[in-house]
Design a protein around this ligand. Structure first.
Ligand code: DGY
Length: 322
Protein backbone atom coordinates (compact mmCIF):
# COMPACT_ATOMS: atom_id res chain seq x y z
CA UNK A 1 0.00 0.00 0.00
CA UNK A 2 1.40 3.44 -0.91
CA UNK A 3 1.76 6.20 1.65
CA UNK A 4 -0.26 8.60 -0.47
CA UNK A 5 -3.46 9.89 1.13
CA UNK A 6 -6.51 7.84 0.21
CA UNK A 7 -9.63 9.51 -1.19
CA UNK A 8 -13.02 8.03 -1.94
CA UNK A 9 -14.24 9.65 -5.17
CA UNK A 10 -17.97 9.14 -5.47
CA UNK A 11 -18.43 10.38 -9.06
CA UNK A 12 -16.43 10.50 -12.31
CA UNK A 13 -14.77 13.83 -13.10
CA UNK A 14 -13.18 15.72 -15.97
CA UNK A 15 -9.90 14.26 -17.19
CA UNK A 16 -7.68 16.91 -15.57
CA UNK A 17 -9.20 16.26 -12.18
CA UNK A 18 -9.03 12.49 -12.43
CA UNK A 19 -5.40 12.78 -13.61
CA UNK A 20 -4.45 14.77 -10.51
CA UNK A 21 -6.42 12.44 -8.26
CA UNK A 22 -4.69 9.41 -9.76
CA UNK A 23 -1.29 11.00 -9.64
CA UNK A 24 -1.31 12.42 -6.13
CA UNK A 25 -3.57 10.06 -4.22
CA UNK A 26 -4.64 6.50 -3.69
CA UNK A 27 -8.13 6.57 -5.15
CA UNK A 28 -11.21 4.52 -4.43
CA UNK A 29 -13.18 5.42 -7.55
CA UNK A 30 -16.84 4.83 -8.33
CA UNK A 31 -15.88 3.60 -11.79
CA UNK A 32 -19.35 3.37 -13.31
CA UNK A 33 -20.50 6.70 -11.86
CA UNK A 34 -23.68 5.34 -10.29
CA UNK A 35 -25.31 7.20 -7.42
CA UNK A 36 -23.81 5.65 -4.30
CA UNK A 37 -26.12 4.91 -1.38
CA UNK A 38 -25.11 6.08 2.09
CA UNK A 39 -24.31 2.47 3.08
CA UNK A 40 -22.08 2.06 0.05
CA UNK A 41 -20.28 5.29 0.87
CA UNK A 42 -19.71 4.21 4.46
CA UNK A 43 -18.34 0.83 3.35
CA UNK A 44 -16.16 2.29 0.59
CA UNK A 45 -14.78 4.94 2.96
CA UNK A 46 -13.00 2.30 5.02
CA UNK A 47 -9.42 3.51 5.46
CA UNK A 48 -9.76 6.69 3.37
CA UNK A 49 -8.62 10.12 4.53
CA UNK A 50 -11.21 12.12 2.63
CA UNK A 51 -14.43 11.88 0.67
CA UNK A 52 -14.62 13.70 -2.66
CA UNK A 53 -18.37 14.06 -3.17
CA UNK A 54 -21.00 16.02 -5.09
CA UNK A 55 -24.50 17.34 -4.46
CA UNK A 56 -25.71 13.87 -5.45
CA UNK A 57 -24.46 12.41 -2.16
CA UNK A 58 -26.60 13.50 0.77
CA UNK A 59 -24.49 13.16 3.90
CA UNK A 60 -26.87 13.41 6.81
CA UNK A 61 -26.05 13.11 10.49
CA UNK A 62 -26.45 9.32 10.54
CA UNK A 63 -24.17 8.81 7.56
CA UNK A 64 -21.56 11.17 8.94
CA UNK A 65 -21.51 9.53 12.34
CA UNK A 66 -21.14 6.10 10.70
CA UNK A 67 -18.10 7.12 8.64
CA UNK A 68 -14.88 5.31 9.52
CA UNK A 69 -12.53 7.12 11.91
CA UNK A 70 -9.92 7.43 9.17
CA UNK A 71 -12.02 10.10 7.39
CA UNK A 72 -10.73 13.59 8.16
CA UNK A 73 -12.38 15.69 5.49
CA UNK A 74 -15.29 15.98 3.10
CA UNK A 75 -14.50 17.73 -0.16
CA UNK A 76 -17.69 18.65 -1.99
CA UNK A 77 -17.71 19.73 -5.62
CA UNK A 78 -20.22 22.46 -4.92
CA UNK A 79 -20.60 25.80 -3.30
CA UNK A 80 -23.91 24.67 -1.80
CA UNK A 81 -23.75 22.58 1.36
CA UNK A 82 -27.41 21.75 1.85
CA UNK A 83 -26.65 18.07 1.13
CA UNK A 84 -24.28 17.88 4.10
CA UNK A 85 -25.17 18.07 7.78
CA UNK A 86 -22.48 20.59 8.68
CA UNK A 87 -23.24 20.45 12.39
CA UNK A 88 -22.74 16.69 12.39
CA UNK A 89 -19.49 17.12 10.47
CA UNK A 90 -18.28 19.70 12.94
CA UNK A 91 -19.23 17.47 15.86
CA UNK A 92 -17.24 14.63 14.31
CA UNK A 93 -14.28 16.95 13.80
CA UNK A 94 -14.46 16.63 10.01
CA UNK A 95 -13.30 19.48 7.80
CA UNK A 96 -15.73 20.36 5.00
CA UNK A 97 -14.28 22.05 1.90
CA UNK A 98 -16.36 23.65 -0.86
CA UNK A 99 -15.75 25.53 -4.12
CA UNK A 100 -16.57 29.21 -3.57
CA UNK A 101 -15.64 31.42 -6.48
CA UNK A 102 -14.99 28.57 -8.89
CA UNK A 103 -18.67 28.30 -9.83
CA UNK A 104 -19.45 32.00 -9.95
CA UNK A 105 -18.97 32.94 -13.59
CA UNK A 106 -20.52 29.76 -14.97
CA UNK A 107 -23.57 29.94 -12.72
CA UNK A 108 -24.14 33.63 -13.42
CA UNK A 109 -23.98 32.84 -17.14
CA UNK A 110 -26.73 30.28 -16.70
CA UNK A 111 -28.72 32.94 -14.85
CA UNK A 112 -28.46 35.18 -17.91
CA UNK A 113 -29.21 32.27 -20.22
CA UNK A 114 -32.40 31.49 -18.29
CA UNK A 115 -33.46 35.11 -18.10
CA UNK A 116 -33.02 35.49 -21.84
CA UNK A 117 -34.47 32.08 -22.68
CA UNK A 118 -37.54 32.65 -20.54
CA UNK A 119 -38.17 36.21 -21.73
CA UNK A 120 -37.62 35.45 -25.42
CA UNK A 121 -39.60 32.19 -25.41
CA UNK A 122 -36.59 30.11 -26.40
CA UNK A 123 -38.16 26.81 -25.43
CA UNK A 124 -41.36 27.25 -27.43
CA UNK A 125 -39.70 28.69 -30.50
CA UNK A 126 -36.86 26.19 -30.74
CA UNK A 127 -39.26 23.29 -30.15
CA UNK A 128 -41.47 24.60 -32.94
CA UNK A 129 -38.50 24.74 -35.29
CA UNK A 130 -37.16 21.31 -34.36
CA UNK A 131 -40.59 19.76 -34.74
CA UNK A 132 -40.57 20.87 -38.39
CA UNK A 133 -43.61 23.08 -37.80
CA UNK A 134 -42.08 26.37 -38.93
CA UNK A 135 -43.60 27.20 -42.28
CA UNK A 136 -44.37 30.87 -41.90
CA UNK A 137 -42.71 33.94 -40.37
CA UNK A 138 -45.29 36.22 -38.80
CA UNK A 139 -45.00 39.52 -36.91
CA UNK A 140 -46.89 38.06 -33.96
CA UNK A 141 -45.03 34.79 -33.65
CA UNK A 142 -43.13 34.03 -30.41
CA UNK A 143 -43.18 37.59 -29.23
CA UNK A 144 -41.52 37.83 -25.85
CA UNK A 145 -40.21 40.78 -23.87
CA UNK A 146 -36.78 42.41 -23.81
CA UNK A 147 -34.69 42.23 -20.69
CA UNK A 148 -32.90 45.42 -21.74
CA UNK A 149 -33.50 48.29 -19.35
CA UNK A 150 -35.86 46.32 -17.09
CA UNK A 151 -35.83 46.24 -13.28
CA UNK A 152 -34.08 43.15 -11.95
CA UNK A 153 -34.46 41.93 -8.38
CA UNK A 154 -31.71 39.68 -7.09
CA UNK A 155 -32.53 37.56 -4.08
CA UNK A 156 -29.20 36.69 -2.45
CA UNK A 157 -26.34 39.04 -3.28
CA UNK A 158 -23.35 36.79 -2.70
CA UNK A 159 -20.69 36.16 -5.35
CA UNK A 160 -23.14 34.73 -7.85
CA UNK A 161 -25.82 37.36 -7.27
CA UNK A 162 -23.27 40.14 -7.69
CA UNK A 163 -21.98 38.61 -10.90
CA UNK A 164 -25.51 38.32 -12.29
CA UNK A 165 -25.91 42.01 -11.39
CA UNK A 166 -22.73 42.88 -13.27
CA UNK A 167 -23.77 40.96 -16.40
CA UNK A 168 -27.29 42.44 -16.18
CA UNK A 169 -25.85 45.96 -16.15
CA UNK A 170 -24.52 45.14 -19.61
CA UNK A 171 -28.19 44.93 -20.59
CA UNK A 172 -28.91 48.26 -18.86
CA UNK A 173 -31.03 46.49 -16.27
CA UNK A 174 -31.75 48.44 -13.08
CA UNK A 175 -30.60 46.13 -10.29
CA UNK A 176 -32.01 45.98 -6.77
CA UNK A 177 -31.50 43.26 -4.20
CA UNK A 178 -32.40 41.52 -0.96
CA UNK A 179 -29.75 39.96 1.18
CA UNK A 180 -29.28 38.97 4.79
CA UNK A 181 -27.29 42.19 5.17
CA UNK A 182 -26.80 45.27 3.11
CA UNK A 183 -23.51 45.17 1.20
CA UNK A 184 -20.74 47.75 1.33
CA UNK A 185 -21.19 50.27 -1.46
CA UNK A 186 -18.24 48.99 -3.52
CA UNK A 187 -19.89 45.54 -3.58
CA UNK A 188 -23.32 47.04 -4.25
CA UNK A 189 -21.88 48.74 -7.30
CA UNK A 190 -25.02 50.81 -7.78
CA UNK A 191 -27.55 48.07 -6.91
CA UNK A 192 -30.35 49.31 -4.67
CA UNK A 193 -30.86 47.48 -1.37
CA UNK A 194 -34.45 46.87 -0.27
CA UNK A 195 -35.01 46.46 3.42
CA UNK A 196 -38.68 45.69 2.92
CA UNK A 197 -39.71 42.56 1.11
CA UNK A 198 -42.91 44.04 -0.31
CA UNK A 199 -41.07 46.88 -2.01
CA UNK A 200 -38.45 44.48 -3.33
CA UNK A 201 -41.04 42.18 -4.86
CA UNK A 202 -43.20 44.97 -6.28
CA UNK A 203 -40.15 46.32 -8.14
CA UNK A 204 -39.02 42.95 -9.56
CA UNK A 205 -40.18 42.57 -13.16
CA UNK A 206 -37.39 40.04 -13.32
CA UNK A 207 -36.45 38.11 -10.20
CA UNK A 208 -33.38 35.91 -10.00
CA UNK A 209 -32.92 33.59 -7.02
CA UNK A 210 -29.28 33.31 -6.00
CA UNK A 211 -29.55 32.63 -2.26
CA UNK A 212 -28.46 29.40 -0.60
CA UNK A 213 -31.08 26.99 0.69
CA UNK A 214 -31.58 27.69 4.39
CA UNK A 215 -34.61 27.47 6.66
CA UNK A 216 -35.08 31.21 6.02
CA UNK A 217 -35.03 30.98 2.21
CA UNK A 218 -36.88 27.70 1.66
CA UNK A 219 -40.31 28.28 0.14
CA UNK A 220 -39.49 31.94 -0.60
CA UNK A 221 -41.46 31.75 -3.85
CA UNK A 222 -45.00 31.00 -2.71
CA UNK A 223 -48.54 32.28 -3.31
CA UNK A 224 -47.97 35.39 -1.19
CA UNK A 225 -44.65 36.47 -2.66
CA UNK A 226 -45.82 35.78 -6.22
CA UNK A 227 -48.94 37.91 -5.64
CA UNK A 228 -46.70 40.87 -4.83
CA UNK A 229 -44.66 40.64 -8.04
CA UNK A 230 -45.73 42.80 -10.99
CA UNK A 231 -48.10 41.06 -13.39
CA UNK A 232 -46.14 39.34 -16.13
CA UNK A 233 -42.98 39.03 -14.01
CA UNK A 234 -40.35 36.45 -14.86
CA UNK A 235 -38.66 34.30 -12.21
CA UNK A 236 -35.30 32.59 -12.63
CA UNK A 237 -33.92 30.02 -10.18
CA UNK A 238 -30.20 29.24 -10.17
CA UNK A 239 -30.10 28.58 -6.41
CA UNK A 240 -31.86 25.48 -5.12
CA UNK A 241 -35.23 23.95 -5.96
CA UNK A 242 -36.54 24.22 -2.44
CA UNK A 243 -36.61 28.03 -2.57
CA UNK A 244 -39.76 27.49 -4.64
CA UNK A 245 -43.19 26.12 -3.79
CA UNK A 246 -43.91 24.27 -7.04
CA UNK A 247 -47.71 24.42 -6.68
CA UNK A 248 -47.58 28.21 -6.38
CA UNK A 249 -45.14 28.71 -9.26
CA UNK A 250 -46.99 26.37 -11.59
CA UNK A 251 -50.36 27.98 -10.82
CA UNK A 252 -48.93 31.44 -11.54
CA UNK A 253 -47.35 30.30 -14.81
CA UNK A 254 -50.65 28.78 -15.87
CA UNK A 255 -52.78 31.77 -14.92
CA UNK A 256 -50.49 34.26 -16.66
CA UNK A 257 -49.70 36.08 -13.40
CA UNK A 258 -46.12 35.22 -14.29
CA UNK A 259 -45.09 35.46 -17.94
CA UNK A 260 -42.40 32.81 -17.70
CA UNK A 261 -39.81 31.06 -15.57
CA UNK A 262 -36.25 29.95 -16.17
CA UNK A 263 -35.23 27.03 -14.00
CA UNK A 264 -31.91 25.27 -13.45
CA UNK A 265 -32.74 23.63 -10.13
CA UNK A 266 -35.76 21.72 -8.89
CA UNK A 267 -37.34 20.14 -5.89
CA UNK A 268 -36.84 16.38 -6.10
CA UNK A 269 -34.15 16.60 -8.77
CA UNK A 270 -33.16 14.69 -10.72
CA UNK A 271 -35.66 11.82 -10.68
CA UNK A 272 -38.64 13.49 -9.09
CA UNK A 273 -38.85 16.88 -10.79
CA UNK A 274 -42.49 17.99 -10.87
CA UNK A 275 -43.63 16.73 -14.29
CA UNK A 276 -46.15 19.57 -14.63
CA UNK A 277 -43.26 21.85 -15.58
CA UNK A 278 -42.66 19.74 -18.68
CA UNK A 279 -46.10 20.68 -20.02
CA UNK A 280 -45.68 24.43 -19.59
CA UNK A 281 -44.53 26.24 -22.74
CA UNK A 282 -43.48 29.28 -20.72
CA UNK A 283 -40.85 27.40 -18.74
CA UNK A 284 -37.31 27.41 -20.08
CA UNK A 285 -35.42 24.83 -18.09
CA UNK A 286 -32.10 23.05 -17.92
CA UNK A 287 -30.97 20.18 -15.67
CA UNK A 288 -28.82 21.82 -12.95
CA UNK A 289 -26.03 22.88 -15.30
CA UNK A 290 -25.10 26.09 -13.47
CA UNK A 291 -21.48 25.07 -12.93
CA UNK A 292 -21.28 22.71 -15.92
CA UNK A 293 -18.58 24.59 -17.81
CA UNK A 294 -15.11 23.15 -18.36
CA UNK A 295 -13.44 26.08 -16.62
CA UNK A 296 -15.72 25.89 -13.61
CA UNK A 297 -15.66 22.14 -13.11
CA UNK A 298 -11.88 22.00 -13.47
CA UNK A 299 -11.43 24.96 -11.12
CA UNK A 300 -13.77 23.39 -8.58
CA UNK A 301 -11.85 20.11 -8.47
CA UNK A 302 -8.48 21.83 -8.26
CA UNK A 303 -9.73 24.12 -5.50
CA UNK A 304 -10.80 21.12 -3.43
CA UNK A 305 -7.49 19.35 -3.84
CA UNK A 306 -5.48 22.51 -3.15
CA UNK A 307 -7.57 22.98 -0.02
CA UNK A 308 -7.01 19.38 1.04
CA UNK A 309 -3.26 19.81 0.62
CA UNK A 310 -3.35 22.98 2.72
CA UNK A 311 -5.35 21.13 5.36
CA UNK A 312 -2.83 18.29 5.48
CA UNK A 313 -0.01 20.79 5.79
CA UNK A 314 -1.77 22.54 8.67
CA UNK A 315 -2.07 25.72 6.63
CA UNK A 316 -5.11 28.02 6.40
CA UNK A 317 -7.78 26.61 4.09
CA UNK A 318 -9.72 29.44 2.43
CA UNK A 319 -12.47 27.14 1.13
CA UNK A 320 -13.11 25.38 4.45
CA UNK A 321 -16.63 25.95 5.76
CA UNK A 322 -16.37 23.70 8.83
C1 DGY B 1 -23.11 24.11 -6.43
O1 DGY B 1 -21.95 24.52 -6.61
O2 DGY B 1 -23.65 24.12 -5.33
C2 DGY B 1 -23.85 23.60 -7.63
O3 DGY B 1 -25.21 23.63 -7.42
C3 DGY B 1 -23.42 22.21 -7.98
O4 DGY B 1 -22.17 22.17 -8.48
Amino acid sequence: MSDKPRILVTRRHLAEIEARLNNDYEIVLNEDDHTMSPDEIIAAADGVDALFVCVTEPLNGDTISALPDSVLAILTLSVGTDHIDLKAAEKRGLAVLTTPGAVTAATAEVGMLLMLGASRRAHESSDHLRAGKWDLWTPTQFVGVEITGKPLGIFGMGRIGRTVAKRARGFDMAVHYRNRNRLASDLEDGAVYFNDLDGFLAASEFLVLCAPSTPETQGFINDDTIAQLPDGAIIVNIARGDLVDDDALIAALKSGKLAAAGLDVFNGEPANVDRRYFELPNVFMVPHIGSAAREARTGMGMMLLDGFEALRAGEPVPNRVV
